[in-house]
Write a protein of this length. Sequence first.
Length: 274
Amino acid sequence: MPTITATDGTEIFYKDWGQGRPIVFSHGWPLSSDDWDAQMMYFLGRGYRVVAHDRRGHGRSEQVPDGHDMDHYADDLAALTAHLDLHGAVHVGHSTGGGEVVRYLARHGAGRASKAALISAVPPLMLRTDTNPGGLPKSTFDGFQAQTAEHRSAFYRDLAAGPFYGFNRPGAEPVEAVVDNWWRQGMMGGAKAHYDGIVAFSQTDFSDDLRAISIPVLVMHGDDDQIVPYADSAPLTAELLQNATLKTYAGFPHGMPTTQADVINADLLAFIEA
């Protein structure tokens, strides 16, 4: 398996397919680079070079006990782009991966990047605080951690079969293959990485990171996102960015890159080629 060694010695698995302008994909919690199959095959078929990695502790990357925070995630992504010597890359991040992309661009600069897209992403801040009253209470994330620690197999299946893809909405029918694939990816990773990752994606404030980014950024979010609620994420992110385009999808769920891949892929292509 192709891997790189991060600055702290952690082995990171990655995929690197095709030639041409690079698009780098950062996945959400608690998944792996496999969650980007629909996007990677789509852009590979259109002449792009597509790159994706499994976040530390996730998928096929090393299950280290520590480093499960946004700074390490960003540094691992920087190590990957340097190892592959990528230039002019478009960075696409979903959910937690959106936070990873934002922290990477702010922490390491956009010297190797040209554009970015944030899909159902966690910035600016998911946690409810005095300055972020629209966020979710800490008890929500404490519950996520408890379920991850105690019975994550059942928790992951319920999450995928319910709010992640909007399969809990009236009239919606869960697609078992999609649920199974989500569960498979989640269970490949380490419980410790996933437990710590909940703090990383919920308590990291990306406001200053967003202000530091000057490249064009497409902010894509469904207004029926039950995981990262729309009102306290995408519009606020777009306001903080210097060069943002906000695209709102009526009725789309958190996992829209899978359930509405045809729409998301077409809009990403239009943004990249604009």
